[in-house]
Design a protein around this ligand. Structure first.
Ligand code: 5GP
Length: 176
């Protein structure tokens, strides 16, 4: 039988400190602007909700949802839009908020798609980065933490819709 073991790799307090720092940076960089933060569903909703509470300037929030074909743990790069933005982002300052960048294929698709809508600026902030696995080069402005090449869960990230509620990031080990 397959048993799943979780190993905590980023504790709650470290996430809190990092999210505060990221919020401060965004507050500073977007002073006198009114950016739209675009959360990529579902994984980024916990990060986004904490992040906006650390942003002290006016801003808006929107969501986009995509499905990436492939196995549960492996993206294929073939992406389908499930839910589009509600707002028009033309001439707006857009910040994409992602939970984790792995191969980069999903984010690359979203970035290219949003760029066709002619935003004034487009930046990316991700909580986690699995750099080793990158297949496409994407300009990421802010990265919370680098994580090793293993499957991680918690703080919005799931495995089969479970574990999103963990207040920390854990690595999943599968033992047969
Ligand atoms: P990419 O297209 O960069 O390979 O994959 C990005 C998406 O795959 C993320 O938004 C996330 O939904 C999912 N993903 C990639 N790596 C992990 C991981 O380690 N844990 C979880 N829960 N999801 C992941």
């Amino acid at each position: 039988m397959e048993k799943t073991k979780l190993k905590k790799i980023i504790p709650k307090w470290k996430i809190k400190v990092k999210v505060r720092q990221l919020g401060k940076r965004i507050t500073k960089d977007y002073k006198d602007k009114n950016p739209i933060l675009v959360g990529i569903l579902k994984g980024s909703f916990v990060f986004l909700s904490d992040l906006i509470r650390e942003i002290k300037i006016p801003h808006e929030v929107d969501f986009i949802s995509v499905v990436s074909y492939g196995s549960e743990k492996k993206a294929s790069g073939v992406v389908r839009l499930l839910k589009d933005l509600s707002s028009n982002i033309e001439e707006r300052d857009v910040i994409i908020v992602e939970d984790i960048v792995d191969t980069g294929l999903t984010l690359n698709y979203i970035r290219e798609n949003l760029l066709t809508r002619k935003p004034k600026s487009l930046e990316i902030v991700t909580l986690l980065d699995k750099r080793e696995k990158r297949k496409v080069k994407i300009p990421i402005k802010h990265i919370g933490f680098q994580v090793p090449d293993s499957f991680v869960v918690g703080y919005g990230l799931d495995f089969g819709e479970n574990y999103r509620n963990l207040p920390y990031i854990a690595k999943m080990d599968e033992r047969k």
